[in-house]
Design a protein around this ligand. Structure first.
Ligand code: HEM
Length: 143
């Protein structure tokens, strides 16, 4: 895991938490949503973060399914899970911090835009794309 406080806390579902942490790195709402699209790939591991599961059915593909699922599925809180997470009942899981992207109106409008964009990369600003690459590397090295 990254050192305390450098990345948002997945268990924190407050949109403002994402703005506080990413805002310190100079990211705006658009960039926060774009970067969060990285959760299109990979998965959560019980022994690492405490969360378990994958965000999409295709964790090896970088696409905009993460955004589509956030909007189109009914996410039920799994109150037995610790930390608390959300399930669509079809094998996909979201952390409270992922849900913050559809809870907040401004974030949600951007999620909607990315969810309908094809391909995803067309809708992202060049800077956001470069930063995704940089951050993935940074994230992997810090974990
Ligand atoms: C919005 C704030 C974010 C939070 C709260 C967050 C939190 C997490 C957590 C808890 C995991 C699961 C770790 C594990 O159990 O193995 C994870 C995985 C991952 N995150 Fe994030 N993350 C955030 C943003 C990002 C960003 C900005 C990127 C890259 C641009 C990113 C890329 C990834 C990837 C690729 C994985 C999967 C790793 C794997 O499969 O082992 N995340 N994230």
């Amino acid at each position: 895991m990254a050192p305390e406080g450098r990345l948002p806390d997945g268990a924190n579902g407050e949109p403002q938490h994402l703005r506080t942490v990413f805002g310190r790195m100079g990211f705006n709402d658009r960039e926060i949503v774009a970067l969060s699209g990285a959760h299109s790939v990979g998965r959560m591991h019980k022994d690492r973060s405490g969360f378990e599961g994958q965000w999409t059915p295709s964790p090896l593909l970088f696409n905009n399914e993460y955004f589509q699922l956030l909007l189109t599925r009914t996410w039920e809180a799994d109150d037995n899970a610790k930390p608390r997470s959300f399930s669509d009942g079809k094998g996909n899981t979201m952390m409270p911090s992922d849900m913050a992207l559809v809870k907040d109106e401004a974030f949600r409008a951007i999620v909607l835009e990315y969810a309908s964009a094809r391909p995803l990369s067309l809708s992202l600003s060049l800077s956001a794309r470069l930063l995704v690459g940089w951050l993935v590397g940074w994230f992997v090295h810090e974990t």
